[in-house]
Design a protein around this ligand. Structure first.
Ligand code: NDP
Length: 479
């Protein structure tokens, strides 16, 4: 199936008529093609966005909100179709796309449809000076949204929804590896009555299509989620043009387990935080540190539970872990297992590519647990972004805190403990944008979302996102 760009409310072929193959990770087969969009397509998308901007930015907030609620409802109504598309494109289990990805995409539109009606700005009376100041929060104009492949529609809509709620028009690019649900979103937006040109979706390669969005002199803000190296590159291009930038980048998050935690709860959640979505979530707790007194017990239990996590075809009901997103990614992740062995790591479970009967060319891999003797080894420092975790014991709070913080990343951290004083001490000291205590990936969309250090710049979520997508202007009136 060939998918098309969505520009000015119309599905169109790329101007150059060049196409890229789209692979199904579950069987390694090409099942369609996507536009290899050039600068010209990005320019066409920009022009459509620009001409829609005046009217959209003046559209009453209630009307914008009503259209976005309709988009949210239509995503819900198309749950099956979108979930199947997401699972086929990405390799994730169908049940996961149905339970998490698509419902969350719907929530993103609903959340920002409501949030915009509550988004207010401040005014200040300059007492004694006969003046009043107020802050106008105006949309930026045409903004660029670029998203990765791990949670395709979930992260794509997480950017687009606040951008259009705030009155901007958007040129957006999903990952070339997972374009399908972004493609389907176009028709949903048209059905919901989103005016032509408010959202434009161009497909293509990061280095050309994505780069053209970032380099466009009149696209004044870029919201990017993806790898740290790409983020650094984008920052280098955008900074001299003084663009507003939001960068949500990689993570290498610690999962710190103390002996006084609720053990069963911790074990169940740790399975999810290690291998959920094949370990391809920026928030996965891929470095597990366990207090020495329960280390051996945890190791045994963790391995025993993992043994029963079925790796299989994404559409099969019993599948817990699906296929990795692409062949190069599978190879990269497998290579890290070799690196771990060379560094002296001990593979406690997994480590191999898997062949699933009937789908022999799919990109499957065993969930993998590597015991490391030092936190400074590469597998403990570099983002692997697959079903691979490291584990090691610790003795003191100070020791584990130092190891948790001794990485370049700072996205999220998880602590398992019932000690309130320790919780309060550690949450302050952990270098991360998000800290979960006795839970993982529990999200409230009003909270600030993002990382510190090499995990990014800026925050998404709630009013933070609406602030990013608006420019504050101070108006001072003397009377
Ligand atoms: P990439 O950085 O490779 O790509 C992200 C997006 O940027 C894709 O759409 C990609 O296009 C595009 N892109 C690539 N090069 C450029 C460029 N020069 N200019 C503009 N756009 C470009 O990341 P992945 O897709 O591999 O995603 C995985 C990464 O995303 C991981 O590091 C993960 O941690 C991070 N991530 C961070 C999250 C967060 O909130 N902090 C959440 C989820 C993931 P194409 O795919 O076509 O190359």
């Amino acid at each position: 199936m060939n998918i098309q760009n969505y520009i000015n409310g119309q599905y169109t072929n790329p101007i150059s008529n060049e196409w890229i193959d789209n692979y199904n990770p579950s069987n390694g087969e090409i099942y369609g093609q996507i536009p290899n969009s050039s600068k010209d397509d990005v320019e066409a998308a920009y022009k459509a966005a620009k001409s829609a901007f005046k009217q959209w930015s003046q559209t009453p907030i209630e009307e914008r909100s009503r259209i976005m609620l309709r988009i949210s409802e239509l995503i819900e109504a198309n749950l099956e179709r979108l979930a199947e598309a997401e699972s086929k494109d990405n390799g994730k289990p169908l049940w996961l796309a149905k339970a998490v990805d698509i419902p969350r995409a719907s929530s993103n539109f609903r959340f920002f449809a409501n949030a915009i009606t509550q988004f207010a700005s401040e005014s200040h009376e300059s007492v004694g000076l006969n003046a009043v100041n107020y802050t106008l929060r105006q949309p930026i104009g045409v903004v660029g949204c670029i998203s990765p492949w791990n949670l395709p529609l979930y992260l794509f809509s997480w950017k687009i929804a606040p951008a259009i709620a705030a009155g901007n028009c958007v040129v957006a690019k999903p990952s070339e590896v997972t374009p399908m649900t972004a493609y389907l979103l176009g028709e949903i937006c048209t059905k919901a009555g989103l005016p032509n040109g408010v959202l434009n979706i161009v497909h293509g390669l990061g280095g050309s299509t994505g780069q053209a969005i970032v380099e466009h002199s009149d696209i004044k803000a870029i919201s990017f989620t993806g790898g740290t190296t790409t983020g650094a590159h984008i920052a280098r291009v955008a900074a001299p043009m003084f663009k507003k930038l939001s960068l949500e980048l990689g993570g290498k998050n610690p999962n710190i387990i103390f002996a006084d935690c609720d053990y069963e709860d911790m074990l169940t959640t740790t399975i999810r935080s290690s291998f959920g979505n094949q370990g391809q979530i920026c928030l996965c707790g891929s470095r597990i540190f366990v207090e020495k007194s329960i280390y051996e017990q945890f190791k045994t239990d963790f391995v025993n539970v993992i043994k029963n996590q079925k790796v299989g075809h994404p559409m099969a009901e019993e599948t817990k872990i699906g296929a990795l997103v692409s062949k190069p990614h599978l190879e990269k992740v497998l290579n890290y297992v070799e690196i771990a062995k060379e560094e002296g790591g001990k593979v406690l479970y997994g480590g191999h590519k898997l062949t699933i009967e009937g789908h022999e060319n799919g990109y499957y891999m065993e969930p993998t647990i590597i015991e490391v003797s030092t936190d400074e080894c590469r597998v403990n420092q570099e983002e692997i972004f697959g079903p691979v975790v490291t584990i090691m014991p610790f003795e003191t709070e100070e020791e584990v805190l130092a190891m948790a913080n001794k990485v370049n990343y700072g996205l999220s951290a998880t602590i398992w403990t019932n000690d309130l004083k320790r919780t309060m001490r550690m949450t302050k000291e952990l270098q991360a944008g998000i800290v979960w205590v006795n839970t993982w990936l529990m999200r409230d969309l009003r909270t600030p979302f993002g990382g510190v250090k090499d995990s990014g710049v800026g925050r998404e979520g709630g009013f933070e996102a609406l602030r990013f997508f608006t420019e504050p202007k101070n108006v001072c009136i003397k009377y």
